[in-house]
Design a protein around this ligand. Sequence first.
Ligand code: NAD
Length: 469
Amino acid sequence: MAAKVMIPQYQATALEAIPVIAKKVRETFSTHKTKNLEWRLVQLRKLYWAITDLTPQIIEAMHRDLHKSAFESTLAEIDLVKSECMYQIKHLKEFAADEKIKDVPLTYSLMNCRIRKEPLGAALIISAYNYPILLLLAPFVGAIAAGCTVVLKPAEAAPATAMVVVDILSRLDHDAYAVVNGAVPETTALLNEKWDKIFYTGSAQVGTIIAKKAAETLTPVVLELGGRNPAFVTKNADVKLAARRLLWGKAHNAGQVCLSHNYILVEKEVLQPLIDALNASFRDFFPNGAKASPDLSRIINLRQFQRIKKMLDTTKGKIVMGGQTDETELFIEPTAVLVDSMDDSMMVEESFGPIFAIYPVNSLDEALNVANRVHRTPLSLFAFGSKAENKRILNEMTSGGASINDSYMHGSIGANPFGGVGDSGTGAYHGKASFDVFSHARTVTETPGWVEGFLRVRYMPYSWPDLRR
Ligand code: NAD
């Protein structure tokens, strides 16, 4: 029998401890110990092995918090963070090496001109609840690699996972890295401290609070926010494939995915085939019904359940797939709602749950027009059409990232930059972008004494001919 996994009771950090913790990581940065590459590699390896050792605890914690399946926890969180670790370990020396500045004017070619990669300093990383390991630890990997000291603020809505994070961090350097647990008061206390970088993942509403607070001290921020993401299904799409892939995108983590589609714009010719195909995929995914499926996560808490339920209660649209809910279990079935207005509750709010709207259109022109009016800069978009149509969609609508003929595959490659655009976010991470986002590119020139002869011309009195004459 498998040993019982113990997870301590959630405990918020005492408010008076927060300035002390912040001071400690700032002071640790000033010791310069995080600048040593070997030291950073040791910390990355420790993180990798802490996650490996504590995998049963992580899986159990995410099951308690979100009813997340071991399959999703492993594939979409644990493995992704571990590959980020491996990627940074593999490339750290190359990323951290000075870059020679090429294509310089003649005078500069006599100097040593280079870009030094320097850690920004003490970083604060604040995470959302839906991927409570990935969204906290993936940026953390970048911060360690870059040589920053860090305070992590896990999402309080996923309390069991937050406590496992405390355990993970206890295996790394205690002076350079710390966890602060808590909700708004604790995060506010953290924001009252001076940071060299704030990396925030969450809602645009709180992102605005973070950005305003950071502006007071000119602290650079990365904001990984949400958005109302469109999917386009044209009459030239493989409709069955589109339905299956889009339903997967909404069933995964019960749609609590910043990247998942909020609504599908479908050409009227293929509306009914799409609805039929969605229902057929639903039956394939959940042969015993969605509620009985061990694979389907639950909504994180009552507040979020009621928010999503309200969208369903206030829609003027018609439910064409799913629709079951159960508050006692925080269960919401993957649900599609056929709507005919952009003002419908299903269109104006980010679903961030397993529900989505289907909005029929007459043409791709109309689809692009609607999508650009609903949200001009969503975090992602999904195009299911002919090659030419997909190209047109990419051309005529922007987004943080895009998947063609699929749901959010672009978000999980690993080493590609991941981030929003406009009001879905600012800044990107993953792979090299993670290293860069916590680094300062410092241009350095070194002028040897022997080039003085060439430099004589720069000194006063200037001896250039006056070209105005
Ligand atoms: P949230 O904004 O409510 O919370 C995120 C973090 O902010 C938490 O750690 C929380 O403690 C803190 N926080 C909340 N209120 C605060 C306040 N008033 N002052 C200071 N800190 C505060 O977000 P959430 O509900 O956890 O996540 C849902 C949102 O996050 C959705 O909009 C989703 O699209 C977005 N999201 C974006 C990404 C991305 O990578 N772009 C990933 C996941 C989620």
